[in-house]
Design a binder for this molecule. Structure first.
Ligand SMILES: [Zn+2]
Ligand SMILES: [Zn+2]
Ligand SMILES: [Zn+2]
Length: 371
């Protein structure tokens, strides 16, 4: 009888673990992009079925007073499936990635203005969370979901990162209604910064002023988006750096939710009756504008003098007179300039960044939970 109990317990534990794996992978865009995750998911689901059948047969045996040891069938054991899943580093990475995307989706960020004193860094996480919970309770409206905080952290002195219990709660706080309800309750001690899902819009015909709110509103209308779906935009390069005859420019548009961002990435963006091509605004590795090497910004550069991004000589790029000359400061070749995206060092740096932030390499934003 002890053995039967232990078996029952093992079954319950196995089912719980399977549920955890399935929950992490189910309904995620990441899973649909990844045959590996889907396979693990299938195996886990079929194993869950097996377990259900085993459970039924065990119960029957107990009622007849004949507890029997279930025979090992041809099905893989739970341990086999998990071991297999963990052996495949890609599946594991993708499960982690799905979990991370889900956390990101549940996060909202508050900024603390420099003059504010209500949230000193000495304030405990518990106290910070309970103060913010009071604010969110006051923010809640009839149609909003439960706004419960899961945990808070302080990535920097000047901001508080809040992880909500559910994606619904965070989505509502990002919506125009939720964001303005929250903003109306916050005093001067906290500013609310809705998380943005950035897209890169290419070849916007000039002089379209994409950063102007009224232009964003008409873009929302032209693309069938809700009002406020496009939170803001900034030019990829400062307009003062444009050539006088420049006809197009690129911009980053901050979308309020991942579905808006993905829609623009897949369908393009209509602006002034033009269809513009859009891609996800990926994190890019940093290259120094002074020495042209990777991993730091010019303000922190230790190089004694400037290196030209075009010809590689000792002068500022803007002062270059060696027209047509090319030399890359990173790989020391004269077949391309330091700014060339196809430089093997640049490619390597992008790969390293993608490895560090796996969701960066996906063409779309994860919308875990809403598919
Ligand atoms: Zn440098
Ligand atoms: Zn030069
Ligand atoms: Zn190079």
């Amino acid at each position: 009888m002890e053995e039967a109990k232990a078996e029952k317990w093992a079954e319950v534990v196995a089912k719980k673990a399977i549920e955890a794996v399935v929950e992490r992978a189910t309904n995620s865009l990441v899973a649909s992009l990844s045959p590996h995750v889907a396979r693990v998911q299938d195996a886990a689901i079929s194993l869950a079925d097996t377990n259900k059948r085993l459970e039924t047969s065990t119960r029957t045996d107990i009622t007849t007073g004949n507890p029997s040891t279930p025979k090992a069938g041809p099905r893989p054991s739970f341990r086999d499936v998990v071991t297999q899943a963990l052996k495949d580093p890609q599946s594991e990475a993708q499960l982690n990635q799905a979990a991370k995307a889900s956390i990101k989706r549940r996060q909202i960020m508050f900024d603390i203005p420099p003059e504010a004193t209500a949230y000193p860094t000495t304030l405990s996480a518990k106290e910070t969370a309970s103060r913010l919970q009071l604010i969110l309770d006051a923010t809640k409206m009839d149609e909003s979901p439960e706004l419960k905080i899961r945990n808070v952290s302080r990535p920097q002195r000047t901001c508080i990162l809040v992880e909500m219990l559910t994606e619904d709660a965070a989505d509502w706080l990002r919506s125009p209604t939720g964001a303005s309800s929250l903003a109306s309750i916050l005093g001067d001690d906290l500013h609310y910064r809705p998380q943005a899902f950035n897209v890169f819009v290419k070849f916007i015909p000039l002089p379209t002023e994409i950063t102007a709110p009224d232009v964003l509103r008409s873009c929302e209308e032209a693309n069938g988006l809700y009002r406020g779906a496009l939170m803001a935009a900034r030019w990829a390069r400062a307009p003062i750096k444009r050539r006088p005859d420049q006809r197009f420019a690129h911009a980053v548009v901050y979308c309020r939710d991942p579905i808006t961002a993905n829609g623009l990435i897949m369908n393009g963006m209509v602006a002034d009756h033009d269809k513009l091509s859009v891609r996800k605004d990926k994190k890019e590795p940093i290259r120094c504008a002074k020495c042209q090497l990777w991993g730091h910004v010019a303000a922190l550069c230790l190089a004694p003098r400037d290196t030209c991004a075009q010809c590689g000589e000792d002068h500022r790029t803007a002062n270059c007179n060696n027209h047509g000359a090319m030399h890359c400061a990173s790989c020391k070749k004269s077949t391309h300039a330091s700014w060339d995206r196809n430089c093997p060092v640049a490619e390597q740096k992008r790969k390293e960044l993608d490895a560090k932030y796996p969701e960066n390499s996906l063409p779309l934003y994860s919308t875990v939970g809403s598919w």
